[in-house]
Design a binder for this molecule. Structure first.
Ligand code: HT7
Ligand code: ZN
Length: 876
């Protein structure tokens, strides 16, 4: 495919006034009539043709103002429809007829079928698989939709907007008509038809309008939508209270489907969800599932304003809706749950997913300037780093000015397709602050590294911090400018209070935020009575790596006493990581593995502190992961050594803390009183973390087997099964538990995905054979994205030792899988392939095997644009 450049953006020559679509649904031969009213844009070339996008289409009929049009006036190919000699000034109507085959659509883009349900996915460029259309986000129009379908098979006929009417159409067929008055781009179009169950509720908006809420699921699953409905109502309320945003149609619908490429989709008034993010009850859903459902329901709902009412001018602006909406869903979850624990989870995710992307061959700016395949830019950089950039605007401006900027954005750009520049300008205008340098966060890829050193002049009472910032080179960007980095900080005095400097020089400081803006910056704090311990980047106020050699005792002081819980967790990680890296080195090069006694001491002190919430203590127990160690180590990584070193550290902690872990395990069960709220979930996380350590300390599967047998919810059941499978893969108890889990949930594919994932992450070289065996199981279905992600995806992304086998078999397996998935579902194939994005950081034997596997993919005869884009960038 050719490369699309931001610099080439031009508005369309024609303005689309109205869209009127009629679907005559048929599983293999659906007829689509599209009536489109256009007029030529003022100032546009009067001779310019109308060029519409298509993808695998064939034209069956074309009318101009309801009349015939000579064949010489247009050209149709599968990819485009060009019509010439159109009026210079007056509006005109084009009617296009296409026939499409939903049943044959395995890409899950456009109109497709899933378990007998008709369903659409149009973002980013799926609408052009339905009809010829100006399929770009800056073309907005109101839509009228008529759906005609077999009545018995399709009692439910849904589209965007408000319901106009419906009923019998002709013998055996029914129709329904919908009108969406809010102008929208084609990517927000949706249609759903089939035989579905529904759960209904209502929400009264802040201005007193009653909105009908409907969640559609497969029959028999209605009892599992209560949590999603509750999350939806809380989201609607929160957006009114925090952002002043009210819902704007008479009805809001969610449909859960079982074949979906991503998590969910924010189509106007008709969100379509991967059923994994809707269906929940204590028997089938873990606490993590509940939290994900809450977050994704909120995210899609919040898009109604950030994405739909104000959309993106072009796909380069994707972070305008995604980064902002992730920020909004993060804030929502923080308000619904524990803010500190939520922040820790976000930062863990950012560091384990986004930081590696930003440090590898797929690195790109939050607002890219070129792409080959837009589907490959729905990345953690656009989403999560995009959210962090929004968060930094809030940090720099403070809550009031941030709110004023958001209000201005909604007021100024409602109904428009906007850019990042438009967005940033609203904050500049609302605050009077120049955000030019700050905007580099949108344009420069790579995680900035901030190196810090400190000095204290006791007689003068002056404390000095010296900063150097460096943004590493990334593909296509070798030299970088210094960024505006807002660092929240504190200076802790030995007595536990915070120093209040009489003067600060060398940097702008607003409240507790220190603004770094130059490559080198020396900041002095006067009037400091005793040597302070610095706590830096509190709350992870900037998405940067900080290198600051702090004494472990100072870090332990922060970990035990900082006022900011997030900073306590961060300081603890800063104690743990060097120990884990050193242990990995020893495991590879030989030498006795030793662990700083402060590590276990601090962990035990914090985990045992009953004044702290259980969920936070559980985060302390979850030491940095093997992937975290690999990232910290940087290059020449040996996943087996990393694991061996980490296991040695875990063992020290497990033995030293055994008594505490036993107490935590006994005291934090929720048996008989399950509720999915954060406090109750926190107890289970703490208890199950303790179980993990006890399995190491005790060395036998008995406790986990008993926990498995007595669990009364999916969180405890799957946690116990994980401990059994990962710690005692060969034990008869494990075999029995795996079999009992399989038999109990064989009818529920979403739960079987957990069974696949637990086995796909059993450490060590045996995992591959097990994964291959599981793929032969009748429970596996290679054309369902959830199944493929649970087994193949989890193995490649989350089993460092199993996937990165030194003999390269893991990579060879993945290459075969990619080549098999690609012809059916390129998006899925490309996404799973990104699991190899850090291949250059591996030690040379593995890196060589990885390179060969990537070359094999690159050399395949027929590759999708999705996979060839990823593989080529990874090889460059
Ligand atoms: N905006 C949605 C993105 C999405 C998507 C993109 C490409 C292909 C399929 C897709 N399904 C959903 C989801 C969101 O960010 O809310
Ligand atoms: Zn989104």
């Amino acid at each position: 495919g050719r490369i699309i450049h931001l610099a080439d953006y031009r508005p369309t020559d024609f303005v689309l006034e109205r869209v009127d679509l009629t679907f005559e649904l048929d599983p293999t031969n659906t007829k689509v009539d599209a009536r489109l009213i256009f007029h030529r844009r003022e100032g546009a070339d009067p001779g310019a043709p109308l060029v519409l996008d298509g993808d695998e289409l064939s034209l069956s009929g074309l009318l101009f103002d309801q009349g015939e049009i000579p064949a010489s006036q247009y050209d149709a190919t599968p990819e485009s429809l060009t019509i010439r000699d159109l009026p210079a000034q007056t509006p005109f109507e084009i009617t296009i007829t296409t026939f499409i085959n939903p049943e044959a659509n395995t890409q899950l883009m456009g109109l497709y079928r899933t378990n007998g349900i008709y369903c659409t996915q149009c973002e980013a460029e799926g609408f052009r698989r339905i009809t010829y259309f100006p399929d770009r986000p800056d073309v907005l129009a109101p839509y009228t939709i008529t759906i005609i379908a077999d009545k018995a098979a399709n009692p439910v006929l849904l589209s965007n907007g408000n319901f106009l009417g419906g009923g019998g159409y002709d013998e055996g067929r029914a129709f329904a008509a919908w009108f969406d008055p809010h102008p929208k781009p084609s990517y927000l179009f949706a249609l759903v038809a089939g035989d579905l169950g529904v759960v209904e509720d209502t929400f009264t908006t802040m201005s007193g309008r009653e909105v009908a809420l409907k969640i559609y699921v497969e029959h028999g699953k209605e009892a599992r939508v209560g949590y999603a409905m509750d999350a939806l109502k809380r989201s609607m309320k929160w957006d009114e209270e925090v952002f002043g945003r009210e819902y704007d149609l008479d009805i809001f619908m969610i449909v859960a489907v079982s074949d979906f490429n991503m998590g969910a989709m924010e189509n106007k008034g008709l969100n379509v969800f991967n059923d994994k993010y809707v269906l929940a009850d204590p028997e089938i859903a873990t606490d993590a599932d509940y939290a994900n459902i809450e977050a994704i329901i909120a995210h899609e709902y919040f898009h109604n304003w950030t994405g739909n009412r104000i959309t993106c001018r072009d796909w380069f602006q994707l972070c305008l809706k995604e980064g902002l909406t992730v920020y909004r869903d993060h804030e929502f979850s923080a308000d619904q749950r524990s803010r500190a624990v939520k922040r820790i989870a976000e930062v863990r995710h950012l560091k384990s997913e986004q930081f590696p992307e930003d440090a590898g061959p797929l690195a790109h700016p939050v607002r890219p300037t070129k792409y080959r395949e837009i589907n490959n830019f729905y990345t953690t950089t656009v989403y999560e780093k995009g959210s962090e950039v929004t968060r930094m605007i809030a940090t720099i401006l403070g809550p009031q000015l941030f709110k004023a900027g958001m209000d201005l954005y909604f007021e100024r750009h409602d109904g428009e397709a906007a850019t990042i520049e438009d967005f940033v300008k609203c904050f500049e205008d609302a605050s009077g602050r120049d955000l030019t340098q700050f905007s580099l966060w949108y344009h420069q890829a790579g995680t900035p590294l901030v190196s810090v050193s400190s000095a204290f002049d006791q007689p003068k009472g002056v404390f000095t911090l010296s900063f150097e910032q460096l943004v590493p080179p990334t593909p296509g960007q070798s030299a970088k400018e210094p960024m505006h980095i807002p660092l929240r900080f504190g200076l802790l005095l030995p007595d536990g209070t915070e120093a209040k400097p009489t003067a600060i020089e060398g940097a702008e400081v607003t409240g507790d935020v220190l603004h770094l803006t130059r490559r080198n910056q020396v900041v002095t704090f006067s009037g400091i009575a005793g040597r302070p311990v610095v706590t830096l980047n509190r709350g992870f106020s900037a998405p940067v790596n900080v290198h600051f050699e702090q004494a472990p005792a100072d870090l332990a002081h922060i970990a035990r006493h900082d006022a900011d819980l997030f900073a306590r967790w961060q300081a603890f990680s800063d104690i743990a990581l060097p120990n884990l890296v050193e242990a990995a080195r020893k495991a590879r090069d030989g030498g006795e593995i030793t662990v700083d006694p402060l590590l276990a001491e601090t962990l035990i002190a914090v985990a045992g502190d009953e004044t702290l919430e259980p969920a936070f203590r559980a985060q302390i127990l979850a030491l940095p992961s093997e992937a975290d160690v690999a990232r910290e180590h940087g290059s020449n990584n040996d996943p087996d050594a990393i694991r061996a070193g980490r296991e040695a550290v875990l063992s020290v902690v497990a033995h030293q803390g055994a008594a505490l872990f036993a107490a935590l395990f006994d005291r934090n069960h929720t048996r008989g009183s399950f509720t999915p709220d954060a406090a109750s979930a926190g107890k289970r996380t703490l208890r199950n973390a303790a179980l993990g350590y006890l399995a190491i300390a005790e060395g036998t599967p008995e406790r986990a087997a008993k926990a498995f047998a007595t669990a009364d919810n999916m969180t405890d059941l799957s946690a116990a099964l994980t401990v059994l499978a990962h710690r005692f893969p060969e034990a008869p108890e494990t075999e029995a538990a795996l079999e009992s889990f399989r038999a109990r949930f064989a009818e529920n594919p979403l739960v079987i995905d957990k069974w696949f994932a637990i086995q796909a992450t059993i450490p060590g070289s045996g995992a591959l054979a097990r994964v291959e065996r599981l793929m032969e199981s009748p429970l596996f279905n290679g054309s369902n994205p959830n199944r493929v992600r649970a087994l193949v995806g989890t193995f490649a992304f989350s089993n460092p030792t199993g996937f990165n086998r030194p003999d390269g078999e893991g990579y060879r397996f993945l290459a075969s899988q990619i080549l098999e998935i690609d012809p059916k579902n390129p998006q899925l194939a490309a996404r799973i392939l990104t699991s190899m994005r850090s291949w250059r950081a591996l030690e040379e034997v593995r890196a060589e095997h990885a390179l060969n596997a990537l070359r094999r993919i690159a050399g395949a005869e027929k590759l999708s644009a999705d996979v060839s884009d990823i593989v080529e960038r990874m090889l460059n």
